[in-house]
Ligand binder design. Sequence first.
Ligand code: SF4
Length: 322
Amino acid sequence: MSNLIEVKNLKKYFSTPKGELHAVDNVTLNIEKGKTIGVVGESGCGKSTLGKTLMRLHTPTSGEILYNGTDIANMTMKEFKKTYRANIQMIFQDPYASLDPRMNVLQLIEEPIKVNSKNLSKAEVTSKAKEMMDLVGLAKRLEGSYPHELDGGRRQRIGIARALSLDPDFIVCDEPVSALDVSIQAQILNLLQDLQKERNLTYMFITHDMSVVKHISDDIAVMYLGQMIEKSPAKEIFRETIHPYSQALLSAIPVPNVHIKKERMILKGELTSPINPKKCCRFAARCPYATEECSAKEPQLREIRPNHFVACHYAEKFVNKA
Ligand code: SF4
């Protein structure tokens, strides 16, 4: 299958009074059409900045973002908005914060359609918004309701309807269920999966929670301090986690069986600063296996097993260790 998105050596740095913050540093990945890549890592690892940079909400510092083979990273914002904005959409973490409290459900879903489809009549805009409500399972009786009158799940359905209203191919889902109760999380994940099958959507699913991406992702990329440190098909990474940081993330997934005791890997040590980082393994200060080489040389992402890439000097040693 062909790639819808190809990211090549993408960097997004921010200038701060203390120096350059390397929020996304040399990330390379592909996403096949109709598939989901889960991007995981703790707060501040750059996963949301990566998603926003793909959306062109941040201008990339360097690198390429190929959408269907066309580089959207280096085109003008005017050209991007005119040609590609509708194709690439985002679902945000906090649906309440991303919705205008003065608008009702129908108006909220009509808004992006009005802005992006200026040739549609008022009746056509309303009809499309109602179609989207139906698609995401929002009952007709909620048309006049305001965000504060709805629960988190319904508010997130509005966010999904808004994103889908422009018929995108690619959706960046930025922690779309982390603000929701567990039972509602499952409903929203199922809805996203159903919509993907129905509309052949491609997702980047950003989360700090490995258990959330386990069932929804085809591939998983683990990020640490702006860099991608492990990437593989989802099934493979859960069967054989190689990078010590990914092992720690996976060890935090609870097991739904009181008779199984799972040892959690607790990380000690300080986070390395992402401002003007040294050329070394950025995980070295917290890695239980770090050596002098780790603090002196930056590990490169290497293919350790077919389609399984890891950035660790000793990756071969950790195969079969998880
Ligand atoms: Fe740990 Fe060294 Fe591997 Fe980094 S390169 S993950 S510090 S063993």
